[in-house]
Ligand binder design. Structure first.
Ligand SMILES: [Zn+2]
Ligand SMILES: [Zn+2]
Length: 387
């Protein structure tokens, strides 16, 4: 009888080093990491943050605690976890040039959900077998736990239902632990391999993989301008109606958003957040390779910012302008700034960029009553100091 490597790992840990914190693997989902920790260490000897991690909706505080367990602290750690271990980059890699934060105000907000157990997980049998050979165990990968149907690396169909009992890997079906056990004697690494023949699905998987592993942000305006120009050379694509909430041809959706983004830049006001499905659809329709698209976007001339350079910063408020706080872990302080003071439509304001040493946004002098400062309701989060 062969023991599965995960069992070996668990046996080795029992009574040996229960204080050890496991490491999240590259591309592993947060949910997989939590489930794997609980499985290996056992529910009773696992840290409380793993035991209390919600089964249904993971919120900001849950992600923050898991990031801290890896030693990734503050806003930087929160964004690092989002960028490397969730599918969040699909929405954030195309970034407004006036947004200097990775995840806007989500570090201090509450509403966004970072994955739930109702989203079906999936796996590539070859990746699973290779992980076991390489590491001694396997895990759930983020690109295989979204809408994709194909493994970008091996061009095989992702398995989204148990080959033995046909249950999905989500609420109501198998839980993630099936990765480290078996279903009626079948280990997932021994699932049948189905070669993919759909080239569109393969290209989509490859583009997703490029976005997920992006090291630099692409300016949203540059992205839209490049797509707008290309799409008007191709009527087929321009008039395509997406199967989504945009009830208009793809060409119109791109033009509509481009105008909003350009107008917002002129006024120094961040535009509303928009789903990026239509951008990805257009890239897939126009380009053979994501790298060719990146070359065109770079030629537009907007700054290409390293993604990590935005991880420490969050949006602290939207008054007339967008306010940011950058956490400085050497000093243990948050540095407030307002790099793009909004232009008023009547142009009554001075819109030269200014940085202030403290949190007092200087208002223009006007006649009549002056606005009074307001006491903030919630204190901003404390900033960690690197020891
Ligand atoms: Zn694979
Ligand atoms: Zn099963």
């Amino acid at each position: 009888m062969t023991l599965f490597p995960a069992h070996c790992a668990r046996d080795a840990l029992q009574g040996f080093d229960e204080q050890m914190i496991l490491s999240i693997q590259p591309e592993e989902t947060v949910r997989s990491f939590v489930a794997r920790t609980l499985f290996i260490k056992g529910k009773h000897s696992s840290e409380e943050v793993f035991r209390k991690f919600p089964k249904n909706r993971a919120l900001r505080a849950d992600i923050l605690l898991i990031a801290e367990m890896q030693g990734w602290i503050g806003c930087y750690g929160f964004n690092k976890m989002l960028h490397k271990h969730t599918n969040y980059p699909l929405n954030e890699v195309f970034k407004n040039i006036q947004d200097i934060s990775y995840s806007r105000g989500e570090y201090v907000g509450h509403s966004y959900c970072y994955g739930s157990n109702r989203t079906p997980a999936g796996f590539c049998p070859i990746c699973v077998a290779e992980d076991i050979k390489r590491l001694g165990f396997s895990f759930w990968r983020r690109a295989h736990c979204c809408e994709l149907k194909v493994c970008a690396e091996h061009n095989v169909e992702l398995v989204k239902r148990c080959p033995r009992c046909d249950e999905p890997f989500c609420h109501g079906g198998h839980d993630l632990n099936v990765m480290w056990t078996t279903c009626k004697g079948l280990h997932l690494k021994d699932s049948p391999v189905m070669l993919n023949t759909d080239l569109v699905e393969l290209k989509k998987a490859q583009v997703f993989a490029e976005i997920l592993s992006a090291t630099h942000h692409l300016s949203e305006e540059a992205v839209l301008a490049v797509l707008d120009e290309k799409i008007h050379q191709d009527d087929n694509l321009k008039l395509r109606i997406l199967d989504s909430r945009y009830d208009q041809p793809l060409g119109d959706t791109i033009k509509w958003r481009l105008e909003i983004v350009k107008g917002a830049r002129f006024k120094n006001r961040l535009p509303h957040r928009e789903n990026t499905d239509f951008i990805i659809q257009a890239v897939l329709g126009i380009y053979e390779k994501f790298s060719d698209f990146v070359i065109d976007v770079k030629a537009y001339g907007d700054e290409i910012r390293p993604i990590e350079s935005l991880w420490s910063t969050y949006i602290s408020g939207y008054q007339e302008s967008t306010h940011f706080v950058e956490e400085n872990y050497d000093q243990g302080v948050g540095v407030w700034c307002c790099p793009f003071p909004a232009r008023d439509s009547l142009r009554m304001w001075d819109w030269r960029p200014v940085y202030y040493p403290c949190c007092s946004f200087e208002r223009p002098k006007r006649k009549g009553p002056q606005p009074k400062p307001e006491r903030v309701k919630n204190a901003p989060p404390g900033v960690h100091r690197r020891k």
